[in-house]
Design a protein around this ligand. Structure first.
Ligand code: ADP
Ligand code: MG
Length: 256
């Protein structure tokens, strides 16, 4: 991936962080995840692309335990995903998720949106959570809007708050499920810029997106999914210039 000059990755870069082994899931008769084996290394940025309905969202949701799996295992930092209770709340903190729809708390201020989780789940003091929250809002360019409410912000601004809110939990990995798909075109770049910055800081990221510019700039690896399977896996350079499967060639032909 691209690195800012002089910046180095954390020492532990490269160890397996999220590991999926033999993961299968069905929705009734639909075999939505078919024998997925995937290792995401610490500091790695993995872009997942593929046609609608191929299982990309389900894959992300399984890593965050928003969906259960029927077979196989998923581990985070060597630990199986917890099933319930406090441990599950902690997992959701460790695996930050940003959705297409920003899902901010509508009746909380922007600052409260980013401090609530750290206070409740991470047991930080309000002062500590606010200092860190303001720092993160500054980082995503929303610092001066901290006292506003979500509806007063544009879609791009709300999505940047959603990213700051996830980061405030000190996640080990960030999942992005089509984070720019609901945005007006002029707002896409401001969100992608925040994501590129995050990638350059060494965050481990799984990003479902059709933004090829982002994939080329930030991804270490592209996964192409179709019909519940990882059909192809390659560097962005190789994937975009020399796709191997007919499914990938067909898909790229439609979107590029
Ligand atoms: P993608 O994100 O690649 O578009 P999804 O993971 O959202 O794909 O969905 C994969 C398939 O599973 C689709 O056919 C979708 O209709 C189906 N699906 C997703 N969620 C559910 C659910 N909760 N119940 C039943 N079917 C679902
Ligand atoms: Mg989806």
């Amino acid at each position: 991936m691209t690195m800012v000059e002089g910046e180095s990755r954390p020492a532990e870069t490269g160890e397996p962080l999220v590991v999926l082994e033999g993961v299968n899931k069905w929705f009734g008769k639909l075999h939505v995840l078919q024998d997925i084996n995937l290792t995401i290394k610490r500091g790695e940025v993995v872009v997942v692309i593929g046609p609608s309905g191929s299982g990309k969202s389900t894959l992300c949701r399984a890593i965050n335990r928003l969906e259960t799996i029927d077979e196989g295992s998923i581990t985070l930092d060597g630990q199986p995903l917890p099933q319930e209770g406090k441990a599950l709340a902690h997992l959701r903190a460790e695996v930050g998720m940003v959705f297409q729809s920003f899902n901010l708390f509508a009746h909380k201020s922007i600052l409260e949106n980013v401090t609530l989780g750290p206070i409740k789940v991470r047991k930080k003091s309000r002062a500590e959570a606010e200092t860190r929250g303001k720092e993160l809002l500054d980082r995503v360019g929303i610092g001066h809007q901290a006292d506003k409410y979500p509806a007063q912000l544009s879609g791009g601004q709300q999505q940047r708050v959603a990213i700051a809110r996830a980061l405030a939990m000190d996640p080990k990995v960030m999942l992005f499920d089509e984070p720019t798909s609901a945005l007006d075109p002029e707002m896409i770049k401001e969100v992608l810029d925040v994501m590129v910055d995050l990638a350059e800081r060494g965050m481990t990221m799984v990003v479902v997106t059709h933004e090829m510019g982002f994939a080329r700039t930030a991804a270490d690896r592209v996964l192409f999914m179709a019909d519940g399977q990882v059909v192809e896996e390659n560097t962005p350079e190789q994937f975009f210039t020399n796709p191997q499967s007919d499914r990938a060639k067909d898909f790229l032909g439609k979107i590029l």
